[in-house]
Design a binder for this molecule. Structure first.
Ligand code: GAL
Length: 706
């Protein structure tokens, strides 16, 4: 028995008294104003007759709202008054004073004025500041789930689980929770599904409250996972020369070709290429290939890079063909998550400068994408102009190209963009031609005000504007990667490729929070079958580094482990890697997270097969994708708030026999394993591995560990 259990009176950590009678649901969920009223009035005078809770609450029949004495009321902090945006939840969002579907909190017909409505899985972390002596609640599946839903509530105090309920079912008896918190620093409240999936798992922490210690100065706060833990990952770039992904690129014959060979090593580097298609030229000092492909077809181009420390070789595959772009998921930078509408010419030039000087370009990041807010008005001929923040778009494109990088731009098929700037409706061909004249290499085409034009959300209406711009791009004389953005409507992953999209947003906008990133990332399961060379699922841009949607920036609110999960997932998903932070403020950790060559090789794998979930067990998940060289990339994820073990079973992965396991984030071999590999994974953390049939690794000296 741990110290918290020991303190809980009578050896009973929680009780399971019946919670009142079935009754009519008469009360809508409290409005903000109503809630305020309740909060103001309750401690003062809304106490009902009776009493009840152990340790100071006035007696009330079981299941009735217990009324605190005035002194206790003053020390009562209802859970719903904490910032519930910190609650990590798999479906919906945590609700103050009502159920997850915003109905009155109701358990077995009894309506509770206070509490938090959540949905499995959920976790709320409370930094107690040593200021609480007790946590109390009545928990169960809200009546809005009728007789469906099954959940388990758990309470963790300072890392120790002190309460775990039975599986509670819809319509079943709620249970009381009463936990001693004296001296405790952290409280974690979790709801897990009851073993049958999360459907209908509407879970109520009814009447949930903290009793503060007398005279408490500080107040408990909801919080995210502590960010102190720094994952051990490899960083730095070896002095020896090395060539990196992408190792395949494509272009249309007759259109301008540009590719910067990603390579690292001690300067100066010198590049050589054999078998380069005619009309392409390699600058041996910069590694930038320019020119025009003369013909369709695939060419294997052996590349070498030499530095004072040696020589490295690799093969670049050049694919010439109609719409042969985005052979691997585009890697680059986009202005939106950092600058929002505050983007301007200087910031874009700076992004290009830092892309090169930080080493990101040497690791394969190529695109510099201007998102919304570059647009001006149309001239008398209807030609789109830039606004005053972008004095000369052609000069900007030339500047970006001079570094071997590519320039992206943004528009909407509607009359206005999402930020209310001029967009492309009924000017599609003129716009595509203008982009081509400027030297644009990528277009993000964002639904926005087309919502007013579309008759409905039928497949035909959803596809229509994207086909119009597709045709315009085909006719504009320049290769322009086509990025569809319409937030996943109509299951865009099922048809994005049929309208000629090179990648398509599968979700709404990402934010730098665990719930947003993890909700989007883990929600991609099943979409993998629709991704492949030239057409990718896009779960939105990265939220590492200094982000902010401009002009004010802040460090990402993802913990370091959550950032590892983010990039691990995006790599397994074969998602575009579009950095959304200020490249002039890259700290060592962010740079290491963005430039791990082995992780990027998974993202850029030429086979182009994206990962799906192969196993899930509560809050742990295993995802995997096959790689071109026969290995398997495997992600081990812990979505929970406590460290746990995650096991990759060969059976789930469809493999057999002895496998050499390598840890890509640490860039080191772990050993050889038969049947399964198990690792400890930190809260909200991940591991990215490759598994390789041992016989394909003759040189490995690793020993087998059980
Ligand atoms: C949103 C889009 C964002 C960003 C923004 C610009 O619709 O999802 O990624 O492009 O518009 O206004």
């Amino acid at each position: 028995m741990n110290r918290h259990q020991a303190r809980n009176a009578g050896g009973r950590r929680w009780s399971s008294a019946p919670q009142g009678h079935k009754g009519r649901r008469w009360q809508r969920c409290a409005s903000a104003a109503g809630l305020l009223l309740i909060l103001l009035c309750l401690p003062a005078g809304c106490a009902r007759e009776g009493g009840g809770w152990l340790g100071g609450w006035r007696h009330a029949p079981k299941g009735e709202v217990a009324a605190p004495s005035a002194e206790l009321a003053a020390r009562t902090l209802y859970l719903q008054t904490l910032d519930l945006s910190f609650c990590d939840q798999q479906w919906g969002s945590a609700q103050a004073g009502c159920s997850v579907e915003k109905n009155p909190l109701t358990l077995q017909g009894k309506v509770h004025e206070h509490g938090v409505g959540t949905h499995a899985y959920s976790a709320l972390i409370v930094d107690l500041k040593g200021a609480a002596e007790r946590f109390q609640a009545v928990v169960g599946v809200d009546d809005e789930s009728a007789d469906k839903g099954s959940v388990v509530f758990a309470v963790v105090v300072d890392g120790e689980e002190v309460v775990r309920t039975d599986v509670l079912r819809g319509g079943g008896e709620p249970q009381e929770i009463n936990v001693d918190l004296a001296g405790a620093r952290q409280l974690i409240l979790t709801v897990e599904d009851g073993g049958d999936g999360i459907d209908h798992d509407h879970a109520d922490w009814a009447n949930a409250r903290l009793v503060l210690v007398p005279g408490a100065v500080e107040r408990p706060l909801a919080t995210r996972l502590a960010a102190e833990r720094m994952p051990l990952i490899a960083s730095g770039t070896p002095r020896a020369p090395a060539l990196h992904a992408p190792r395949v690129t494509g272009a249309t014959p007759g259109r301008p070709f540009l590719f910067r060979i990603p390579a690292t090593g001690e300067a100066p580097l010198r590049f050589e290429a054999a078998n380069l298609p005619p009309d392409l030229t390699l600058d041996s000092d910069t590694g930038i290939i320019t020119g025009t492909l003369a013909a369709e077809g695939t060419t294997a181009v052996p590349i070498t890079v030499t530095s004072p420390c040696g020589t490295a070789g690799s093969t670049l595959t050049i694919v010439g063909g109609h719409r042969a772009l985005a052979q691997t998921p585009p890697m680059g930078w986009n202005s939106w998550n950092v600058w929002g509408t505050a983007v301007d010419d200087a910031k874009v030039r700076a992004a290009a400068d830092y892309m090169v000087s930080s080493g990101l370009a040497s690791h394969g990041y190529q695109y510099i994408n201007i998102d919304d807010a570059w647009e001006g008005q149309r001239d008398a001929e209807g030609r789109i102009q830039t606004n005053e923040k972008f004095p000369d778009m052609k000069a900007l494109a030339d500047y970006v190209h001079s570094k071997g990088l590519k320039l992206g731009i943004y528009s909407s098929p509607g009359p206005k963009t999402c930020a209310d700037y001029e967009a492309s409706y009924q000017h599609e061909q003129l716009d595509a031609n203008t982009y081509a004249e400027w030297g644009i290499d990528l277009l993000k085409y964002d639904w926005c005000s087309y919502e007013k034009i579309a008759a409905d959300h039928s497949l035909e209406e959803l596809r229509k504007p994207y086909l119009v711009m597709r045709e315009a791009l085909d006719n504009c004389g320049r290769d322009i990667v086509y990025s569809l953005c319409q937030y996943g409507m109509g299951n865009v992953w099922e048809w994005g490729a049929t309208v000629g999209g090179n990648y398509w947003r599968t979700t709404g906008d990402i934010w730098d929070s665990w719930s947003s990133m993890a909700g989007i990332g883990f929600g991609q399961n099943g979409h993998e079958v629709h991704a492949g060379p030239g057409h990718w699922n896009d779960p939105d841009m990265l939220v590492v580094g200094q982000v902010g949607w401009g002009p004010e920036l802040h460090a990402t609110r993802l913990t370091p482990d959550e950032q590892i999960t983010h990039i691990t997932l995006w790599s397994l998903l074969a998602a575009p890697l579009l950095i959304g932070c200020d490249l002039s403020q890259l700290d060592d950790f962010t740079l290491a997270v963005l430039t791990n060559t082995e992780v990027l090789e998974v993202n850029q794998d030429p086979l182009g097969k994206a990962a799906g979930r192969v196993a899930g067990n509560g809050r742990t998940e295993v995802w995997a994708r096959p790689l071109a060289d026969g290995a398997l990339a495997v992600g081990l994820f812990n979505r929970g708030v406590q460290e746990t073990t995650v096991t990759a079973e060969w059976e789930d992965l469809g493999i057999k026999g002895c496998q050499a396991v390598r840890d890509l984030w640490r860039r080191r071999d772990i050993g050889h394993y038969d049947n399964a590999y198990t690792a400890h994974v930190p809260p909200h953390g991940a591991m990215l591995l490759t598994l390789r049939a041992a016989s394909t690794q003759p040189g490995s000296a690793e020993t087998t560990t059980p």
